[in-house]
Design a protein around this ligand. Structure first.
Ligand code: NAP
Ligand code: MG
Length: 502
């Protein structure tokens, strides 16, 4: 393969070009503001390493202003006093505007993150729109219950007891760079549907679609202070996590930062939900549909350049088909078209940043030094941009860092298993438990294996089988709580028990 990389801004929409001009401000209390310190930072196009634009860098003082704005909008209204159907209409409108502006959002995401613009529009933006519409519907469907109490210590008493589901309050939403818009949607939509006000902190690598989304909230007619967005570095996230007037933090990112958030939340014991790292097992039985399993297993570890928390990066293959199967996956991986996100033929773009590129190429070197064999890939691609070749490692041992640790790049480790001995013990040996894949035509085997795997999501004869209505989250060190579906409403509400003596 040769590296011929076109300028990644060739086909930009005028609206995207316009958005990139000038320093970007962030949104606090309905105003687009500079940071209190006047500090800014640059966001980079990972396809060529060049600066896309400059963004205001918020710090603790900015976070405090945003929290106060959110506090006022929650405590004094109008958000908390608005009728559920009014909130529903506004949130639904966000979904519709996202659909209308999908190409624009897709391009901006491609530029900032490196992913394909077409995939970003079709997956990240389209799914975000679906999430806003799904949770818009929830705004009018959050219910308490009546409870038949016995109260044995009040003989003869009569009571009327019921529960109320109330919003948690001011929520800090901290998101990573791998799906910048989508991870924001995962949190914003249920938080707002349940009646909370929010401060969104996007990742420093990818602040742009969050800011464009801020414009969408304005266009949809959200009152000031309901949605605040502060761009900046980890110190802004840390200030948000430690803030005494924040009632809840919802976080997606690394397990390491997740633990810091738990520590920071101690001060006021704010509620915390976490969606963290993974090293997910993708299990291929010998009786699987071979071709479907090859394509699906490639998608499992390569989608989004492997920068997926759910990436199926430990590929367990039944020993009788191990050589043929891994050869077929490696062959398919070597055919993947690499290039910048704005090239419509691109299937695999650059990694998000120099830091991530260094981390992933470091793992490639470690794997080879440990004695693993790369059936394909094993090095960077081209000589500009943060591109890495899709890499299939065999001859690996469970204790290799490429098998144990989350790489977050286009790298898979393949391990054989024996059907008699079973696969569950090896698959469950990770500290993580986010997702798992199973490929087999045997229904009983599929369901029994699904029960054995310690993972929050199990996908059978597919991978990345997400839906807005299905709960999503991790076992073990992959997180706390379940986003999406009805369970997301639990994350953003608290229950009040009311009991009246009649
Ligand atoms: P990260 O450090 O966990 O960042 C995620 C978010 O947390 C970002 O908005 C980040 O802000 C913020 N943050 C950083 N330090 C914080 C702190 N002390 N308190 C509160 N918020 C803080 O993830 P990363 O550095 O971007 O990526 C590192 C590794 O994490 C990746 O290689 C990958 O293994 C994993 N990761 C996992 C997921 C996932 O979906 N589970 C997503 C992304 C990354 P800044 O960006 O400004 O630092
Ligand atoms: Mg960027």
């Amino acid at each position: 393969m040769t590296a011929t990389i076109e300028p990644s801004q060739a086909e930009l929409l005028p609206s995207v070009r316009n958005f990139l001009s000038g320093t970007k401000r962030f949104l606090v209390g309905g105003q687009w503001v500079e940071s209190a310190s006047g500090a800014t930072f640059e966001t980079i196009d990972p396809a060529n390493g060049q600066v896309l634009t400059t963004v205001a860098r918020g710090g603790a003082e900015d976070v405090d202003r945003a929290v106060r704005a959110a506090r006022t909008a929650f405590d004094e209204g109008p958000w908390s006093t608005m009728k559920p159907n009014e909130r529903e209409r506004l949130i639904w409108r966000v979904g519709d505007i996202l659909s209308e502006r999908a190409e624009e959002f897709g391009q901006l995401e491609a530029l900032d993150n490196g992913k394909s613009a077409g995939i970003a529009s079709a997956v990240d933006v389209a799914w975000s729109a679906d999430i806003f519409r799904y949770f818009a519907g929830w705004a009018t469907k959050i219910e308490g219950s009546t409870v038949n109490v016995s109260m044995p210590f009040v003989p003869g008493g009569q009571f009327h007891a019921y529960t109320l589901r109330e919003p948690v309050g001011v929520c800090g939403l901290i998101v990573p760079w791998n799906f910048p818009l989508l991870m924001a949607a995962f949190k914003l939509a249920p938080a707002l549907a349940a009646g909370n006000t929010v401060i969104l902190k996007p990742a420093e690598q990818t602040p742009l679609t969050a800011l464009l989304l801020g414009e969408v909230f304005e266009e949809a007619g959200f009152p000031p202070g309901v949605v605040n967005i502060v761009t900046g570095y980890g110190d802004a996230g840390a200030a948000l996590s430690a803030h005494d007037h924040v009632d809840k933090i919802a976080f997606t990112g690394s397990t390491e930062v997740g633990k810091k958030i738990v520590d920071a939340a101690r001060g006021n014991l704010k509620k915390v939900s976490l969606e963290l790292g993974g090293k997910s097992a993708n299990v291929v039985f010998a009786d699987a549909d071979f071709d479907a399993a090859v394509t699906g297993s490639l998608n499992a570890w390569l989608f989004n350049h492997g920068q997926c928390c759910v990436a199926g990066t430990r590929m367990f293959v039944e020993d009788s088909i191990f050589d043929d199967f891994t050869a077929a996956v490696a062959e398919a991986a070597s055919q993947v078209k690499i290039g910048p996100g704005l090239d419509p033929t691109t299937q695999l773009g650059p990694l998000v940043s120099q830091e991530q590129f260094d981390k992933v190429t470091g793992y490639l070197a470690a794997g080879l030094a440990d004695g693993a064999r790369a059936l394909t890939g094993g090095k960077r691609w081209g000589d500009t941009g943060f591109y890495v070749e899709p890499t299939v490692f065999v001859d690996v041992k469970p204790e290799f860092s490429i098998v144990e640790e989350e790489i977050f790049g286009p790298v898979v480790a393949a391990l054989p298993f024996n059907a008699e001995e079973g696969v569950a013990k090896a698959a469950n040996s990770s500290i993580y438990g986010l997702a798992a894949g199973i490929w087999t035509k045997d229904l009983s085997k599929a369901h029994l294996t699904a029960r054995q795997l310690k993972a929050g999501s199990v996908w059978i004869n597919q991978y990345n089988g997400f839906d807005t209505a299905m709960p999503f989250g991790g076992y073990k060190q992959s997180g706390w709580g379940r986003e999406l579906g009805a369970t997301a409403i639990d994350l953003y509400t608290q229950t009040k028990a009311v009991n009246i003596a009649l």
